[in-house]
Ligand binder design. Structure first.
Ligand SMILES: Cc1cc2nc3c(=O)[nH]c(=O)nc-3n(C[C@H](O)[C@H](O)[C@H](O)COP(=O)(O)OP(=O)(O)OC[C@H]3O[C@@H](n4cnc5c(N)ncnc54)[C@H](O)[C@@H]3O)c2cc1C
Length: 478
């Protein structure tokens, strides 16, 4: 399958017997008696806003409409009708996804969860929050902070991405190195299944061992198994002020060796991020901070270990110096720390100012980070493409971002070939084609080479069991 085309997706599965043809007109007519006109979008000019996510290379199809439900009962009713009339459904959060997961497929119906955006409960005693899926990650972050608490998963998009999207992609973030990704912060879910039944998983307890872990199954399922309508999320006491370190390197693999050495040395910083020269230059061009743009790479580390932050940073500084790191600076000033974290979060928007971007999301075992960085450099040279690499180096999760001029078909072809080579290199190093963004449409062609075939077949069995008509986000993820 080619990369990124959303218009010609076949239904993933349809029961062989009793097959019914889709009836979009009857589906829309039934919905019109369920939802007020302002929450049922069918006009092309309004629908356009619901067609794309942030994956620029994915060409979306035209949906037949979009709904903006405000409660679980409405989502259930929509899915019951979608099953009755065989209408493919694309669930959608804030549309910041980078793999085309929320991109419209031709003839599909969009269910946008943005109006289900309430914080239902924040319980500082049980350390849980109960949220609707459209609540932005940043809104929960703020609400938790008001109680001296933290919701740990912090994608760089935290101000603009929804918790439902974070759950459906199993989003990671900068401090996930220490505190775990979205799956580790999820205690329970309410999910509407394809046939409209409402399923509840997990609960408010930190430990749960009754039956299969369905919560973990739905987290990261990219809208292909059900629509998440509520979540019980784990909060933690907010850590104390962090100490921050930056170190510059004259070669990319040297920065990678420092990352591997830090991991092997048993140090557990809260943050360990990498920005290469192309990214540093793009960030400086957007917001001048005085970062050393002659360096091949910069590592940015933070420690929030109570009473031991300085000690942790000293160990990290020593590991960096041993690999040729220079201009190693540490700071306890929270404003400086926030500038540096903001600079890191600007990496993608800054690269996007340089041209069209194709962002990869590969992850490898930590000790293979230097090999992955060397492979990325070799691939950039072999395919004559510009690659800005940044990301969660401490997790072994990097975002090599291929940048090419708009409208240059040859450059786009080279970038796509290079992206495929990067994914193949990550798999060869014992890694994966996606650490946190999901497969969506963009990476589906690369999935078979990166998964055990029996595991992939089992995923298809689960998909058919939960969504026998293949109406949920068909063509995405698996
Ligand atoms: C500048 C920038 C920085 C980013 N940084 C990070 C980062 O550090 N870490 C990271 O992991 N990601 C990052 N991302 C990617 C993106 O923000 C995440 O994937 C995010 O989790 C998507 O959330 P969303 O609300 O935008 O979801 P959408 O893009 O709307 O949807 C994403 C997927 O989830 C499904 N979905 C959405 N809501 C539901 C629901 N309620 N039920 C079932 N399925 C649903 C959709 O069908 C789709 O498959 C970044 C993106 C940008 C633009």
């Amino acid at each position: 399958m080619a990369r990124g085309g959303a218009g010609r997706i076949r239904k993933v599965s349809r029961k062989a017997s009793g097959m019914q043809q889709p009836s979009p007109d009857r589906f829309l007519a039934a919905l019109a008696s369920l939802l007020p006109p302002e929450r049922l979008v069918t006009e092309p000019e309004r629908l356009d806003a619901y067609r794309r996510d942030h994956a620029e290379l994915v060409t979306p199809g035209w949906p037949i409409g979009a709904a903006l439900p405000i409660e679980t009962g409405e989502v259930a009713a929509i899915l019951r009708l979608a099953t009755d009339y065989r209408i493919p459904i694309v669930p959608r959060g804030a549309g910041t996804g980078l793999a085309g997961g929320a991109a419209a497929t031709e003839g599909a119906f969009i269910v946008s969860l943005t109006r289900m955006d309430r914080l239902l409960e924040l319980d500082p005693d049980d350390l849980v929050a109960v949220v609707q899926p459209g609540l932005l990650n940043g809104a929960l972050r703020e609400a938790a902070a008001a109680h001296g608490l933290m919701y740990a998963p912090d994608p760089a998009s935290f101000e603009i991405s929804s918790l439902g999207g974070n759950l459906a992609t199993n989003a990671g973030g900068l401090r996930c190195l220490k505190y775990g990704v979205t799956r580790e912060a999820t205690l329970g879910l309410e999910v509407v299944l394809a046939d409209g039944r409402v399923l509840r998983t997990g609960g408010r307890t930190v430990k749960q061992a009754a039956g299969y872990d369905l919560t973990a199954l739905f987290v990261g399922s990219e809208g292909t198994l059900g629509i998440i309508t509520e979540a019980i999320l784990r909060l933690r006491p907010a850590p104390g002020p962090a100490a921050t370190l930056v170190a510059f390197f004259d070669t990319l693999p040297a920065a990678g060796r420092a990352v591997a050495a830090i991991a092997a040395g048993g140090v557990a910083p809260a943050v360990l991020e990498l920005l290469d020269r192309t990214t540093l230059r793009a960030v400086e061009a957007r917001t001048p901070l005085g970062l050393d743009t002659a360096a091949a790479a910069m590592l940015l580390a933070q420690s929030d270990a109570p009473g031991a932050a300085q000690q942790e940073l000293e160990a990290i500084a020593a590991a960096c110096a041993a690999q040729g790191g220079r201009d190693i600076i540490t700071s306890r000033d929270p404003r400086e720390a926030e500038w540096l974290m903001a600079a890191r979060r600007e990496a993608l928007p800054a690269l996007e100012r340089q041209g069209v971007t194709l962002l990869e999301d590969v992850a490898v075992p930590r000790r293979r980070v230097p090999d992955l960085l060397a492979a990325i450099e070799a691939i950039a040279a072999a395919h004559a493409v510009v690659i800005g690499t940044f990301g969660h180096a401490g997790d072994g999760n990097l975002h090599p971002t291929l940048v090419f001029p708009r409208g240059d078909a040859a450059a786009r072809g080279r970038a796509e070939a290079a992206a495929d080579a990067i994914m193949a290199a990550a798999v060869a190093l014992g890694g994966t084609i996606t650490g946190e963004h999901g497969v969506g449409l963009l990476k589906r062609h690369a999935l078979p080479a990166s998964l055990d075939p029996v595991a992939l077949a089992t995923m298809h069995v689960l998909k058919v069991a939960l969504d026998p008509w293949g109406i949920l986000n068909p063509g995405k993820a698996i």
